[in-house]
Ligand binder design. Sequence first.
Ligand code: HEC
Ligand code: HEC
Ligand code: HEC
Length: 353
Amino acid sequence: MTRQTMWIALIGTLMISAAFSIALARESDRQADAAAELQAAMVTEGTDLYAVNCVACHGASGEGIAAYPPLTAVVGMDERTIFNTVERGRYNTAMAAFGVEEGGTLTAMQIESLVAMLRADTWDTVATRVAELDLTPPKIVVAEIPAETLAMVQVLPNGDVLAEGLTIYAENCAACHGANGEGSTLAPALNTDELRMRLSDADIARIIQEGVPGTLMASWTSALDVNQQQAVVALISGWGELNTIGVNLPVIETAPLDTSPEATAKGQQLFNLLCTQCHGIDGYGSAIAPALNNQTFLNQTPDAAIQQIIAGGVTGTNMPAWGGYLTDADIAAITAYLRSLAPTAPIVAPAQP
Ligand code: HEC
Ligand code: HEC
Ligand code: HEC
């Protein structure tokens, strides 16, 4: 080979390899673009799936609702664990198995999209989309603690723990157990001598941890950490002292119900569509669910309580949580419809076959 042909061969090789690496770079750009596009499409699909299937419990911004945990820390969890949790559920908790193979409604591809969305950490976008779809769940009723009341509690022995307990209680428990633990039609009183004599701290802690299956009392282990649970236990077993110093939180006010004919008609339509299959035509009850159309139930259950049950369901029974499917206004409309039955309702529910 002459020097000249050697040079030509060498330059030729260099040129080919340069062209090749440019093409390669372009190709990997194309692949990266395609991957980013696919990823974005999955996050978008996952957002809509989340809005329809998950907001009722985990909230529009993944903040968690009542006893149901936030998902904002899931971003750091590995993909497989998230996938398995959604596909198979968590045994013995309200986290159901969503995978079609496990009796749920979501395909593996759809669950992949949910995982992509949970790991993308785009909760602001999720909340906006949920609002667009009109699926923002109703707000949980919370009690207000005036600053001077909190200061009164803080000076007691163990006051910091009691004040933390009261704060957690006001946010999570007051909707059912009453602003001052006085109880409601939904749940028993927690501020009585009788309870403090019957239940030790360990008993109270166990009830908070395990809940009471088949009732509205959920397990709080995934929503409250151990210190928070202990603070509420201290509050319940120390409620006597709070009563002694005169701690009294304002009664929880709820907005008055719209009982216009339009709201009532809309409520009736929703009830016929979603509720009669279990609660019977006109709410007269069936073998699977109790009558709602009777004086006893309607007189004893305030509007806020009815709305809370419809939104949150009853864990451990067939009563679903409708909070993620129905808006506040829908749930209020159904409540207005149930109220409209009162004048003609039987005193007690007729016996079911
Ligand atoms: C009926 C209420 C409910 C619904 C609806 C629900 N979850 Fe859950 N989810 C829970 C509960 C309760 C837990 C905690 C389970 C436990 O104690 O391990 C949980 C846990 C999780 C966890 C694990 C969190 C962690 O920190 O370990 C993920 C992930 C999750 N849910 C995703 C979803 C997704 C996605 C959907 C919708 C497809 C969904 N959930 C729907 C109640 C619900
Ligand atoms: C959605 C309604 C609801 C919420 C919210 C709720 N509870 Fe309950 N709770 C109940 C019901 C209903 C019972 C009675 C269960 C039964 O029939 O044994 C109960 C029972 C209890 C008991 C046992 C009372 C007794 O006399 O045996 C304790 C203690 C308790 N709840 C603490 C709490 C705490 C603490 C919170 C907040 C972290 C809370 N609950 C939130 C509905 C609720
Ligand atoms: C799949 C069956 C099913 C469907 C659908 C259903 N429920 Fe229920 N519901 C039940 C069961 C079962 C209970 C009793 C739970 C218990 O044991 O505490 C119940 C309880 C209730 C209660 C409390 C009754 C009481 O006496 O304390 C209300 C209110 C209620 N449901 C309203 C509704 C509304 C409104 C709808 C439609 C949006 C609906 N339910 C749809 C099964 C269902």
